[in-house]
Design a protein around this ligand. Structure first.
Ligand code: VGL
Ligand code: ZN
Length: 196
């Protein structure tokens, strides 16, 4: 059984949003068209409480600066995907009806969560692994935003968990901050993720 995992196609990651990824909205029609080719469709939704520890505003710091968290270095982002806001909603054109499951992540105030499988401490699970295993799903295709953060961390975790993982890079868009895209592509390849 296979699944399409659609990462964070939300207003704040699209042009006009708080953490806009260039061209983030352009991938939506092709993602919708792809959904019917899979046994299951899972959407992820970045879902932060106001004042989240990954927000620069929570530390009186500049957006895109770095901080050391107990779990390691963390980029400080502009406020984005705050629970219940318009920015946290899926892009209006995304076909959410086809989704079997919506996984929210980043709701823990003290820990960011790029990956759909584990929070950034690399140990706290979201439950997605168990969901996929109990449904007999072992083959994943990932698309969405952003290639170098949430898609990357989700793909590497999935590969390390033993799933067969493909990232369809033409249906992803990157933030590309400080070499993050090249590092992500290399990291995914070395984890055994197939990039197409
Ligand atoms: C993401 C930064 C912060 C993403 C989420 O979806 O790639 N990036 N939160
Ligand atoms: Zn976030």
């Amino acid at each position: 059984m296979n699944a399409l995992i659609v990462i964070d196609v939300q207003n704040d990651f699209c042009p006009g949003g708080a953490l806009a990824v260039p061209g983030g909205d352009t991938i939506v029609p092709a993602i919708n068209a792809l959904m019917n080719r899979f046994d299951a469709v899972v959407l992820t939704q970045d879902w932060h409480p106001a004042g989240h520890s990954s927000f620069a505003s929570s530390h009186d710091a500049d957006p895109m600066s770095m901080i050391d968290m107990p779990y390691g270095p963390q980029v400080l982002w502009p406020d984005h995907c705050v629970q219940g806001t318009q920015g946290a909603q899926f892009h209006t054109d995304l076909d959410t009806h086809r989704a079997d499951l919506i996984v929210r992540k980043g709701y823990n105030p003290a820990i960011d969560s790029y990956s759909a499988f584990f929070e950034n401490d690399k140990t706290t699970p979201t439950g997605l692994e168990g969901y996929l295993h109990t449904r007999g799903i072992d083959d994943l295709t990932l698309v969405g935003l952003a290639t170098d953060f949430c898609v990357n961390f989700s793909a590497v975790d999935a590969a390390n968990l033993g799933f067969k993982v493909t990232v369809q890079t033409d249906l992803c868009r990157a933030i590309d901050f400080d070499g993050s895209l090249d590092a992500a592509l290399a990291g995914m390849k070395s984890a055994g993720v197939e990039l197409v």
